[in-house]
Design a protein around this ligand. Structure first.
Ligand code: G6Q
Length: 538
């Protein structure tokens, strides 16, 4: 029997066994199903698994060639096959600096050069050596970028806000909705504002449009000579950067072998480095590097990203889960679900296998989440009593960076209680025993048997943060290998973009003929009419 069939057959055994029973039958269950790495504890005992499940999943990983795939990624092989690119965000945090070759060339000298350039620049901005055109210190840093050129630095800037310099405010503008840039500029003064235009291609419509608005805003007050003191770029496209008017000396490069959503570790992290300083940034890279080595060198049975990845496969492919929730019990990590939405769904939301055939099994799950305990007061209802199977990751630091009052103890009590409640539930008899009237018993009953992972981290530091993000990157990698999809392209975002390009001129010219479906035509006509009336009124 192939491993796929073995797992399918095993699924029926598991479906009949309640987690409560598995815990009752085996006092060693936690010992059996937890793994530790450095400042991390992963408790995966509250999953719908037995030892047999895990053994089969590890077999699946081996049969899928996971070990070889991991080596290929770290060695710079062109594993992004649809774009014929290496995948080397790990090289950006290769802290022992061993050579890594792409097309016969060691990429490390160039990576180290950019890191030094970032160090010099960020130190100048932080110490006030870098001044605006009128000689004033920088007080606002605005990163303009979108997708991978926004979510990473925006999420990390929040996650590490405790370590951030407090004389500079950080803003992240991404949306093409003019409200985003307008509301941000309201908080800034041109004389003390530095814009970082972050765009790998430097052709992204949203970013370039917002950057032009920012430049106009600045030039209106300070004149065009001021641009060089207030604009820097992070990009791979030198030509477009100089055409925009940014001095290529103030450009920080990255490379084709770093995908947008994996780019936080290099120049796209410039705003973060200004915020937390070079040393903390390096500490973050060290944490990610440690997780890289753990992923590369640890047997699957103790390997955190492998275990998490396989559990996700178990639920999505075999148990029919369509969603997956990430629930950080840490206010600093409140943007983590947003960030992971891109990382996970853009990477594994694919229907074509690497060989070009379509899959006949489900791939990447729909990811959502919210910081605890806020989520408890909104959508947890559905996780506890709804009809969907939703595997969850609970994440919390044991020690808070802000030990005020009793908050952190209460937070942790909730963090521990929720997975317990999901696992054990509450039977009708237990509800009755509390004296609940019979007509209310069904409403107060909890089925339980709902899976979760619990990730305990000692404390949120740049190191643990770096390791945590790398953990999720690698988890997603594991799943991509097993589903046999290219986790590093994102052609799915193209079609909508192309259509928007065609529709823009149709919105602007009310006489232009349109020939879409009736719905699209009607929407275009309604917008045209309403906006031309508005223009007349103005
Ligand atoms: C991420 C994607 C995508 C990209 C944005 C911005 O992996 O590639 O989110 O980061 O589309 O692209 P630019 O950096 O080229 O502006």
């Amino acid at each position: 029997m192939r491993i796929y069939e073995k797992l399918l057959a095993h699924k029926d055994e598991i479906k009949q066994t309640h987690l409560r029973k598995l815990f009752q039958d085996d006092p060693e269950r936690f010992n059996r199903f937890h793994a530790e790495f450095n400042h991390f504890l992963l408790d995966y005992s509250k999953n719908n698994i037995t030892q047999k499940t895990m053994d089969l999943l590890f077999e699946l990983a081996r049969e899928s060639g996971l070990k070889e795939a991991i080596n290929d990624m770290f060695e710079g092989k062109k594993i992004n096959t649809s774009e014929n690119r290496a995948v080397l965000h790990t090289a950006l945090r290769n802290r022992d600096n061993h050579p890594i070759y792409v097309d016969g060339q060691d990429v490390m000298p160039e990576i180290n050069r950019v890191l030094q350039q970032m160090k010099t620049f960020s130190t100048q901005v932080r110490t006030g050596k870098w001044r605006g055109a009128t000689g004033k210190r920088i007080k606002n840093v605005v990163n303009i970028g979108i997708g991978g050129s926004d979510l990473g630095p925006a999420m990390a800037s929040d996650a590490l806000a405790f370590y951030r310099i407090d004389t500079i405010n950080f803003h992240f503008v991404s949306n093409i909705d003019g409200t985003d840039i307008t509301e941000t500029l309201k908080k800034c003064n041109p004389e003390t504002t530095l814009f970082i235009i972050s765009s790998k291609t430097f052709t992204t419509q949203e970013t370039i449009t917002n950057a032009l608005t920012a430049r106009e805003w600045l030039v209106n007050t300070l004149g065009s000579e001021a641009v060089s003191k207030h604009f820097v770029a992070v990009s791979t496209n030198t030509k477009a950067v100089s055409e925009f008017g940014i001095n290529p000396e103030n450009m920080f490069v990255f490379w084709d072998f770093v995908g947008g959503r994996y780019s936080l570790w290099g120049a796209i992290g410039l705003s973060l480095m200004i915020g937390i300083g070079y040393r903390n940034f390096i500490e973050m890279l060290e944490g990610a590097f440690a997780m890289d080595n753990h992923f590369k060198n640890t047997p699957f049975e103790q390997n955190l990203p492998v275990i998490l990845g396989l559990l996700g496969i178990w639920y999505t492919t075999y148990l029919g889960a369509e969603t997956y929730a990430v629930l950080p019990y840490d206010q600093y990590l409140r943007k983590l679900p947003l960030y992971l939405q891109q990382l996970d769904m853009e990477s594994n939301g694919k229907h074509a296998k690497k060989d070009g055939h379509f899959v006949d099994y489900p791939t990447g799950p729909i990811l959502f989440g919210e910081a605890g305990t806020n989520g408890q007061h909104s959508f947890y209802q559905l996780i506890h009593q709804g009809t969907h199977l939703i595997p969850t990751d609970f994440i919390a630091p044991i020690h808070s960076l802000n030990e005020t009052g009793q908050q952190h103890d209460i937070l942790l009590a909730n963090f521990v209680a929720q997975p317990e409640a999901l696992m054990r539930g509450k039977t009708a008899d237990e509800v009755r025993a509390e004296g609940v009237p019979e007509n209310l018993v069904p409403f107060k009953t909890f089925e339980g048997n709902r899976p979760s992972n619990t990730i305990l981290i000692d404390k949120m530091t740049p190191w643990t943060f770096g390791a945590l993000i790398a953990l999720y990157e690698h988890k997603i990698f594991v799943q991509g290998v097993i589903w046999n999809v290219d986790s590093f392209d994102q052609f799915g975002v193209e079609l909508g973009k192309q259509l928007a390009k065609n529709i823009l001129p149709e919105l602007l010219d009310k006489n232009k003929e349109i020939s879409h479906d009736s719905s699209t035509n009607a929407l275009i006509e309604r917008i045209r009419k309403s906006r031309s009336e508005l223009k007349r009124i103005k």
